[in-house]
Design a protein around this ligand. Structure first.
Ligand SMILES: [Zn+2]
Length: 284
């Protein structure tokens, strides 16, 4: 082994992938200037230095769940897949990441996955004309959209909730239980997070095992070749991320997440909302 010289070079920053498809929008930029230094080694041994800020495992903190204002543009049913959006939507997944190279050993140093969702009060009013939308805040234990005197009427409507979604019986609803929609969407968020968690566990693993070419030590001695190597590694990382995002889009297409979400919304109405409304109607 021969040590050819000490070099200083900046660790390259990757700006986030920016694409727009029906399923994703890539937003935000992470740009943290950093420099690293290393020993350039020529010969058949070519050690790579491990970095402290390398992402090894997925973490809960990589996820951000964002509730958009009510009646967001995604509430427009023509733009929502499978016409699913009635009272809410869970959809856009935004991803940004930052990749670094430490002696041409690429790794992810930042990962930020945003899951956006929202409520569509206008859509509820379209399906149930002049309905009163009743909401419950489990933190403050308070209701909105209903008076105590009308609580029993609302309970009658809420008992029409069906486990498979929608409401049974004839006649228009007078009171709509908004938590049925909220907890339906919360279940979708949980489904998305679980799937993305496991997919990105695979993506991180693959990126961490990316190898530069066998002769990369010699290549880095030449600035132009070093640049080409770096471009190639960035491209390979981008392809890995894109592949896992494709897997997520395919999963969204082929998996029927609705029954579980419908059940979650229904269960909240039956097990929490109705008992709380009874309490409310009987309170002083
Ligand atoms: Zn749904």
């Amino acid at each position: 082994m021969r040590i050819a010289g000490k070099i200083n070079y900046p660790i390259q920053q990757q700006k986030p992938l920016k694409e727009n498809t029906a399923a994703y929008c890539f937003i935000g930029e992470i740009d943290l200037p950093k420099t690293g230094d290393g020993i350039l080694v020529v010969g058949d041994e070519c050690p790579k230095r491990q970095s402290d800020n390398r992402i090894i495992n997925m973490k809960e903190e990589f996820f951000q769940v964002i509730q958009t204002p009510n009646n967001h543009q995604n509430c427009n049913t023509t733009s929502v897949k499978k016409g699913h959006s009635r009272g809410g939507w869970t959809g856009d997944v935004g991803l940004s990441y930052s990749q670094n190279f430490n002696l041409y050993d690429p790794y992810l140093s930042e990962l930020d996955i945003k899951i956006n969702w929202g409520l569509c009060l206008n859509n509820i009013n379209t399906i149930h004309p002049s309905v009163n939308i009743v909401d419950f805040d489990p933190v403050t234990n308070t209701f909105s959209g209903i008076t105590k005197l009308k609580a029993k009427d609302a309970i009658k409507d809420f008992k029409r909730s069906k486990i498979e979604g929608g409401f049974s019986g004839v006649g228009l609803l007078t009171y709509y239980p908004l938590p049925k929609t909220t907890y339906h969407e919360k279940k979708h968020i949980e489904q998305y997070k679980n799937k993305l968690f496991w997919l990105f566990t695979g993506a991180i693993f693959e990126v961490n095992f990316l190898e530069p070419p066998a002769n990369w030590c010699e290549i880095t001695g030449d600035p132009i070749n070093a640049l080409l190597l770096e471009i190639d590694l960035k491209r390979r990382v981008k392809l890995i991320i894109a592949k896992y995002l494709d897997d997520f889009a395919t999963w969204q297409e082929i998996t029927n997440n609705e029954p579980e979400a419908n059940e979650a919304g229904h269960n909240f109405v039956i097990n929490v909302l109705i008992p709380k409304l009874k309490e409310y109607s009987e309170s002083n």
